[in-house]
Design a protein around this ligand. Structure first.
Ligand code: PEP
Ligand code: MG
Length: 588
């Protein structure tokens, strides 16, 4: 029976496909298709892992000390039995044969099916056996990873080529939660849409999803419980609705809408190289937000005239807490700079913490579990200043990249004037160290992200030192309204139209322009066409957004006339309901 699940729309368009349920703990499992010729090899890997795990369990059992409780041996017997159970082995084989999933993916897909069956069991004893099957699968996955390290599966453990496999149905990802770091696994992946139970509109998971430019819904609460492995689902990324098992009529309607949005995309694509100038001749700079150097070509392709925000922290995630060294960072920044072919690249210093914890920040996560809020804790520049060696290392790497093109440094989350002093001291030291070691670098401007209300209120004082500013509206809204941006429970209160937010934004833009310095907006508001005209009217001339949003924003501003817009700003800012006041302007 068809059901509808409601969540938050975070990335537009319609996706229709089969659900692939992935447990949060399983997202780092590789997902790729194998060719028909590789199917037997993949099944062989599965069999080899099963035999190795069986040996491992038997060895454990043999080594049990005489005084070990009898239950332990019985438990190992249960694991051996589960290992050979056909609901695990035969069904996993079918995922490989029929869907061409790689062995690890097939195994985790089958685990999801079995876990659900266990959850639905009446009998407590049987229900608790779910943990056993999870442990067995865990062993198998670990075994396969170890074996892949020794010689590897026939197919490279990447998603490359996955799209080339023509036989499979389109797939959509369904998970309870996906950490921002794990979202990177899904960039350029086989999935054509995704749904999560948790998350807010501007959570970093949502932001990475949006950069993938596939329809997505987050905060869909019960989705991963209500949707079953392999169900056909429709993701309506415009409305934030997921339809499970749609009727033929509904499906036909969505297929129509899918074709419409493809046409719309093709139309927008044609604007790629059109200069971004309003009807009254005002030139606007449209920049791209990127997470990794590999995103730079997409930025160029979209017609962005530079990178306004390179979220460098994504280089720090997914590495077990290990930090990238200076040379590794330098190479990444240099690659981004070279890929942008002479266009400017603004590199934000690492912004970990809050919803992007480093693996080694487990103590902080623990604080989170105890009710402390990491969004107000040691994140962004606070963490960098607490790790001065790491910070200078990053600054040196960024400065060295400036030898290859125009680079700017952007500091996240500044709130205190003391932080400004420390930042400039660190930059000066990093420069001095490079002079000593003989590394080349060019002139690099240093800017501040305005994302804490204190910084917006005191913008003039921050501008005494910083060369430019960039408004991080995602955090500015979070901190102005005291709404955790990653929490779907309060997402209805996360309001970019709030008069306090617009007031701070307007103040920041006006005060910066009065000094002749440049101001950009790099939060999600910059890529949301609902705000294009208002931001233009406030005087903004530099917008930074996901590459996928550049064309739509450009289309909007090509039709805008600032002479008509500017006189309306005051009304909107003074209104108790700016959204309504700004919309009414159209009829005026
Ligand atoms: C912001 O806060 O608006 C911003 C651009 O930074 P991030 O989303 O990475 O916190
Ligand atoms: Mg931010």
């Amino acid at each position: 029976m068809s059901i509808q699940i409601f969540g938050l729309p975070i990335s537009r368009g319609v996706a229709i496909g089969r659900a692939v349920l992935i447990a949060s703990s399983r997202v780092d499992v590789d997902h790729y298709f194998v060719s028909t010729e590789q199917v037997d090899h993949e099944i062989g890997r599965l069999r080899a892992a099963r035999d190795a795990v069986a040996d491992e369990i038997l060895a454990l059992k043999n080594d049990l000390p005489a005084e070990a409780p009898a239950e332990l041996a019985a438990l190992l017997d249960v694991h051996l039995m589960l290992l050979h159970d056909e609901t695990l082995s035969d069904a996993t084989k079918l995922w490989i044969e029929q869907r061409h999933y790689n062995a690890e993916w097939a195994l985790s897909a089958q685990l999801e099916v079995l876990a659900r069956q266990f959850d639905e069991m009446e009998d407590d004893y049987l229900r608790e056996r779910k943990a056993d099957i999870e442990q067995v699968v865990e062993r198998l996955l670990r075994q396969m990873t170890a074996a892949a390290g020794k010689g590897g599966p026939a197919a490279a453990n990447t998603l490359a080529g996955a799209r080339d496999f023509g036989g499979a149905d389109p797939l959509v990802l369904v998970a309870s939660d996906v950490a921002p770091a794990d979202m990177l696994h899904f960039k350029r992946s086989v999935f054509t849409g995704f749904v999560t139970d948790v998350g807010g509109r501007t959570s970093h998971t949502a932001i990475v999803a949006r950069s993938m430019d596939i329809p997505a819904v987050v905060g869909a609460r019960e989705a991963s419980r209500l949707i079953r492995q392999d169900d056909w689902i429709v993701i309506d990324g415009d409305a934030g609705v997921v339809i499970v098992d749609p009727s033929p009529i509904v499906l036909e309607e969505y297929r129509f809408r899918q074709r419409q949005s493809e046409l719309e995309r093709a139309r927008l694509d044609r604007l790629r190289h059109t200069p971004a100038v309003t009807l009254d001749g005002v030139a606007v700079e449209l920049l791209a937000n990127i997470e990794l150097p590999g995103d730079a070509p997409a930025a160029l392709e979209a017609g962005a005239v530079g990178v306004g925000l390179f979220r460098s922290e994504f280089l720090f995630l997914n590495r077990g807490g290990d930090l990238p060294g200076e040379d590794e960072q330098y190479e990444a920044y240099r690659d981004a700079v070279l890929a942008m072919r002479g266009l400017p690249v603004t590199i934000r210093t690492v912004d970990v913490g809050a919803d992007k914890p480093l693996e080694r920040m487990s103590a902080q996560e623990l604080r989170h579990e105890h009710g402390l809020n990491p969004a107000l804790g040691l994140r962004a520049i606070r963490w960098s200043l607490a790790e001065p060696g790491m910070f200078r290392q990053q600054l040196r790497a960024i400065l060295r990249a400036s030898a290859h093109g125009k680079v700017r440094i952007l500091i996240p989350m500044v709130a205190h004037l003391g932080e400004v002093r420390q930042v400039f001291e660190a930059v000066a030291r990093a420069r001095a160290q490079l002079d000593e070691s003989g590394h080349a670098y060019s002139r690099v401007e240093v800017g501040a992200m305005i994302e804490v209300p204190a910084a917006a209120v005191m913008i003039e004082r921050f501008l005494r030192d910083f060369d430019f500013v960039s408004v991080g509206t995602n955090d500015l809204i979070q901190y102005t309204l005291a709404i955790d941006r990653a929490d779907e429970a309060v997402s209805h209160l996360y309001d970019p139209w709030h008069p306090a937010v617009l007031g701070l934004l307007h103040r920041t833009i006006a005060a910066t322009q009065a000094t002749g310095k440049s101001v950009c907006v790099c939060g999600e508001m910059a890529g949301d066409t609902a705000f294009t005209e208002l931001l233009l009217a406030m005087g903004l001339r530099s917008f930074s957004m996901h590459p996928a949003r550049v064309a739509a924003v450009k289309q909007r501003l090509l039709r805008a006339d600032t002479r008509l817009l500017v006189p309306r700003v005051r009304d909107a800012l003074d209104s108790d309901d700016p959204a309504q006041a700004w919309a009414a302007r159209k009829g005026a």
